[in-house]
Design a protein around this ligand. Structure first.
Ligand code: SF4
Ligand code: SF4
Length: 135
């Protein structure tokens, strides 16, 4: 038995495909969707807990890779250092789930850890190193 939290990213061409259905039906995997953002004409992502028999689990992951889905383990947590933050706002336009966002009307950057999917997109953007991964 294997159980993991993973982030799946897929191109717009795959957005309409019943990927989750296949994982359940063909590979007998148990899926708990934690977060998802799927738009018809854009890249989509799903954060999920995936569990099942180890052979089925590995076959399911192979199926995903074969159709072009990127798979990343969900590991660590993101720490935001308010004191280091320059309030430049650059990270907020890269954060896909609004975990880092500009609060209005103050226009202050805020971090909501409960929304973060640890995609790490903000790490490369932040020149002040105000965000980091903690394992
Ligand atoms: S990119 Fe870094 S410095 Fe700029 S707002 Fe985000 S966390 Fe703060
Ligand atoms: S890792 Fe950064 S960009 Fe990704 S969801 Fe968390 S705060 Fe947003």
């Amino acid at each position: 038995m294997i159980a993991n939290k993973v982030v799946l990213r897929f191109a717009s061409s795959l957005v309409g495909q019943p990927i989750i259905y296949h994982l359940v039906k063909e590979y007998d995997l148990v899926i708990n969707i934690l977060k998802a953002d799927i738009n018809p004409h854009q890249e989509g992502y799903v954060v999920l807990e995936l569990s099942g028999d180890s052979e089925n689990y590995n076959r399911g992951l192979k199926y995903l890779r074969d159709i072009g889905v990127e798979i990343e383990p969900l590991s660590g947590t993101i720490a935001w250092n308010r004191d280091r933050c320059l309030q430049c706002g650059a990270c907020t336009s890269f954060c896909p789930v609004g975990a880092l966002q500009l609060a209005r009307p103050e226009m202050e950057v805020r971090f909501d850890e409960s929304k973060c999917i640890v995609c790490k997109s903000c790490l490369d953007v932040c020149m002040a190193r105000a965000v980091e991964v903690r394992f």
